[in-house]
Design a protein around this ligand. Structure first.
Ligand SMILES: [Zn+2]
Length: 244
């Protein structure tokens, strides 16, 4: 159900459709979607991926987001119940859903909406303060925001072009609150490295020319995902690559 809500966020936020109580309707023929056509995953199968009014194909993104969200919820579910476990479940699941929404919205529209970045920043601030010293949170957030900002300014002075989007910089600022100075600096280097590899391979296989911008958020999110959800695995990779 949260995956289904996330689909609405992914569709409505970049298209400036209100998140308030407006009923879902088909974007092609405006037909209202009945409750039984709005059941996560099952309705997509039952409708055979088509609108019941105009037979326009429904994007496969809808059931995929619902399925991924459901699986993530199951995997993150605490094995034993306690209020603390429940609290951490809400944290990890919310961060995961923010990542999923940002990933798809950036791929489709090349933007990272402020509202999701702010929501993520609040989550990471609260849990950063619970887990780490205040200095870890403040300096991590500060460096996450200022380091790429300074870098972008330098790039602008030299090249006369804006290299990174404001959304990327704000996302790094939010992530720094939880990852700390070392974590966010490693994140910036890893995501730039990953972005360059993918960017260059795209140019080489001529799917894209050099002047086109590639959405950068997905790279930041892939690196952060491993960093937050598989910290020991991530530290292992860092030790192999960077040596500390
Ligand atoms: Zn329709």
């Amino acid at each position: 159900m949260i995956g289904s809500f996330l689909n609405a966020v992914i569709y409505r936020l970049p298209n400036n459709v209100s998140m308030k109580r407006t009923r879902s309707h088909c974007p092609s023929c405006d037909k209202l979607i009945f409750w039984y056509e709005n059941i996560p995953i099952l309705s997509y199968l039952f409708l055979r991926g088509k609108c019941s009014g105009c037979k326009t194909r429904i994007s496969i993104q809808y059931p995929i987001v619902e399925l991924i969200s459901g699986i993530a919820g199951l995997l993150l579910m605490p094995k034993t119940f306690s209020y603390m476990n429940l609290f951490f479940f809400v944290f990890y699941f919310s961060v995961f859903e923010c990542f999923l929404a940002l990933f798809i919205i950036d791929l489709k529209h090349k933007i990272l909406p402020n509202s999701i970045n702010i929501y993520l920043a609040i989550l990471l601030l609260i849990f950063g303060l619970i887990r780490f010293p205040v200095t870890h949170v403040i300096f991590g957030g500060g460096i996450g925001l200022l380091f790429p900002l300074g870098f972008t300014y330098l790039f602008y002075l030299i090249k006369g072009k804006v290299g990174l989007g404001g959304g990327d910089i704000k996302l790094w600022g939010a992530l720094g609150l939880y990852l700390g100075i070392k974590g966010i600096v490693i994140n910036i280097f890893f995501s730039c490295f990953l972005g360059s590899i993918i960017g260059v391979s795209y140019i080489v296989i001529k799917k894209m020319d050099k002047s086109q911008a590639i959405p950068f958020g997905p790279f930041i999110i892939i690196v952060s995902f491993v960093q937050i959800f598989f910290p020991s695995y991530f530290n292992e990779i860092t030790r192999l690559v960077v040596g500390f």
